[in-house]
Design a protein around this ligand. Structure first.
Ligand SMILES: Nc1ncnc2c1ncn2[C@@H]1O[C@H](COP(=O)(O)OP(=O)(O)OP(=O)(O)O)[C@@H](O)[C@H]1O
Ligand SMILES: [Mg+2]
Length: 249
């Protein structure tokens, strides 16, 4: 099992500083790219809608135009997610039902798996209430589920489990996949910003760095177990609401 806190202590301070500067630069870049992208997508969707409306009903042209509109809308949603991913994080923690967030994120992921991945929910925690920023919980789960999906290009099983930890009352959330797994030599690097083995597929290597930051900010811990060729399990443990210290970190 690997937890990011096990990293080399001497390197940690330097890494955190670089982290902040890199995030700040990236936030600017993504913010301006997202803005331009949205404008382009609005143009694409707008013109395709016009073609759809003008085309002969039921014709191939109309079908194609509709497909373009739908793809542009999906791209627009992805850009929105991307923006959320790197936005600054002024947070107003409140009571959040993580079971609700999990089902929202699963609904979002399902159409992105092209029916190749079965999704199984095992929500055993009697109550999955945490004191947290709901947006950030969404972002954390979305990144873990996207990674699980990405690890199974030929399909597999994605499981999301919750449980109340005994005797602490903390809440654990485990995202499990039957995908490619993580090479032992990569395990200590996956939480670093910009570490990715998926650059050719458009990976930025920021997903897990953001997840780790969110978990830490909420007084939680994250650990991972993985067997190459068999799959991985990412487990997040969060304090119950009454254990949460208010923190602006
Ligand atoms: N569920 C998983 N199964 C196998 N490898 C994983 C999994 N989750 C993360 N990894 C490994 O950790 C690396 C870093 O993950 P991270 O989410 O930070 O970036 P990414 O997924 O590569 O890019 P992005 O999140 O920007 O799409 C991945 O490139 C991959 O090698
Ligand atoms: Mg990722």
């Amino acid at each position: 099992m690997y937890t990011p806190a096990h990293g080399a202590a001497s390197a940690r301070g330097a890494l955190q500083e670089r982290d902040t500067a890199e995030f700040a630069a990236l936030r600017l870049l993504v913010g301006s790219l997202a803005h331009d992208f949205n404008n382009l997508l609005t143009t694409i969707a707008g013109h395709a809608s016009l073609i759809e409306a003008e085309a002969d009903p039921g014709s191939e042209v109309q079908e194609s135009a509709r497909a373009v509109v739908q793809a542009a809308e999906r791209a627009s949603r992805l850009v929105r997610e991307l923006r959320h991913l790197v936005r600054p994080t002024p947070s107003e923690p409140r009571r959040v039902d993580l079971h609700e967030v999990i089902s929202e994120v699963v609904d979002l992921i399902r159409p992105l798996t092209h029916n190749r991945v079965s999704i199984h929910l095992d929500l055993r925690a009697p109550a999955a209430i945490v004191k947290a920023d709901p947006e950030q919980m969404h972002q954390m789960l979305l990144n873990l589920l996207l990674n699980a999906r990405d690890s199974m290009p030929d399909g597999g099983l994605l499981t999301v489990e919750t449980a109340a930890e005994e005797p602490t009352g903390r809440l654990s959330i485990t995202v499990r996949d039957t995908g490619c797994g993580i090479a032992p030599e990569d395990l200590s690097r996956i939480f670093e910003p910009f570490f990715t083995t998926r650059r050719a597929q458009g990976g930025t290597g920021l997903g897990l760095a953001i997840v780790a930051r969110i978990v830490k900010k909420h007084g939680g811990t994250i650990s991972v177990e993985s067997t190459p060729g068999r799959g991985s399990a990412f487990r997040v443990s969060l304090p119950a609401p009454e254990q949460t210290q208010s923190s602006s970190a």
